[in-house]
Design a protein around this ligand. Sequence first.
Ligand code: ADP
Ligand code: GN1
Ligand code: MG
Length: 360
Amino acid sequence: MDIEKIMKGFNISAEVRTYGNGNINDTYSCEPSKYILQRINTFVFKDPDRLMENIDNVTAHLRKKIIAYGGDPLRETLTVISTCDGELCYKYDKDNVFRLYRFISDTKTVEDIDKSKVDIYNAGVGFGRFCRMLDDFPAEILHETIADFHNTPKRVADLYDSVDRNISGRAVEVAKELGYVKENEGIAGVVVDSIKAGRVPVRVTHNDTKINNILFDKNTGEPVCVIDLDTVMPGSVLYDFGDGLRICGSTAAEDEADLSKVHFDVDNFRLFAGGYLSETKDILTSAEIELLPISVRLVAFELGVRFLKDHIDGDIYFKSHRRNHNLDRARNQFRLCEELKEKEPQLKSILSELLREGTK
Ligand code: ADP
Ligand code: GN1
Ligand code: MG
């Protein structure tokens, strides 16, 4: 690909280097003028124009809020740089679509294995604040960038379809994992059924709250900016809380293959939940609060199902860096689910304590 042509499309000239650890898009840093260039994964995101429209609208809303409380809008939310033609992304060709952001300096990202106790608390604060700032965002103007993204029963049904197609021939090798899904699929509807019944509200949510989707201040460690806004859509706060904790609560990386290292740490739960609730306790409903403990197992289960499906499909969705990478990820998530099942009563009492204490 002609990188210079892409840079010219944005009217900049820069040295471009691969950057970051995402599973979906390709990210590059641009030097010396500081930008982040991203190739949007059009296999995953079928309509980049609508996706960028969402990001433009959401960041405009956040910018107004940040200015209103006296924050720095160039630091605390993403700034999209338009192309020379005034577009929000540059289409090199049908499959190679790029966007450019201002690089947010003096920040760091934290990968799941490197997280400290302070990072975990601050991640909770960062994602909780994001949820609060979007509480009055007009959800009806958002496009659904991936249909049924957190529809867990649909994810399970899609896995079974992949097993029937068995494109890679791997389905027979994963009978044990498929048995686990069958045995535990009862959890899949716990949030979507509550939404359908009108018990749990739909809000504007991030939908991909891994700790490496926050930029933290390099010096103070405080959460500066929530990034990776491709999946900001109407959804449930329970998926954001659960997704944050399946990463922040785990003692190992999401793809750790040695399952003896994979545990769910209830102290990490206390920290993330404390941070999250310090921002959101006044907006969450009692039905949402009730489901917070089980949401962690629900999202770990959903991700296990998605990784297993991708393994069976022949590794076509998530970036895979080694043999059986997706299978390792799936087993890791199911291992977490098992421990979470035992620990849920403990999580419930921690939440009650936090809410009584006022969540410091
Ligand atoms: P993916 O969707 O592939 O996960 P992300 O949008 O999360 O991609 O970006 C990948 C990495 O690039 C992040 O983890 C972060 O380190 C870095 N990054 C992204 N946007 C910015 C930005 N505006 N300023 C500084 N770093 C950024
Ligand atoms: C993907 O892009 P990234 O790495 O932040 C995925 C998430 C998964 C995550 C698992 C659009 O997120 O849903 O939880 O990998 N994003 C998409 O690591 O599918
Ligand atoms: Mg990311």
